[in-house]
Design a protein around this ligand. Sequence first.
Ligand SMILES: [Zn+2]
Length: 132
Amino acid sequence: MTHEKIREMIGDWLDGELDAPARAAVSAHLDACPACDAEAARLRRLGPALFRAPVRPDPRSTEAFVSRVMARVEADSVSAWERFAARVLAPALGLALAGLVFAIAMPDPDEDAPLGVAAVSADAGSAFEVAP
Ligand SMILES: [Zn+2]
């Protein structure tokens, strides 16, 4: 049997789940192979740790943990809003204000006949024409 096949069987060998011939084959291999025997010893040490009962969380430490996390989340959300206001909102408002000042300060090129009104009236005149 190969080392890989033996190592796949070590867990079942430790749990006593192999039939007699397989158990004998694994035992004989472990007696002759120091590497696979070391793997068996490692799994034997890990076994109790893997099947140990889970530790129940202390409710007081859980509440303290939750309150620390929530305080951190609230602090982060405030600073995120402040970062957004500083990086995006303030420059956008500045640009909008500059545009407004520019629009007010610029003289109208043709105050008597605004282009917008002329275009609208031309469209309105052609819209009511009836094709023969
Ligand atoms: Zn081996």
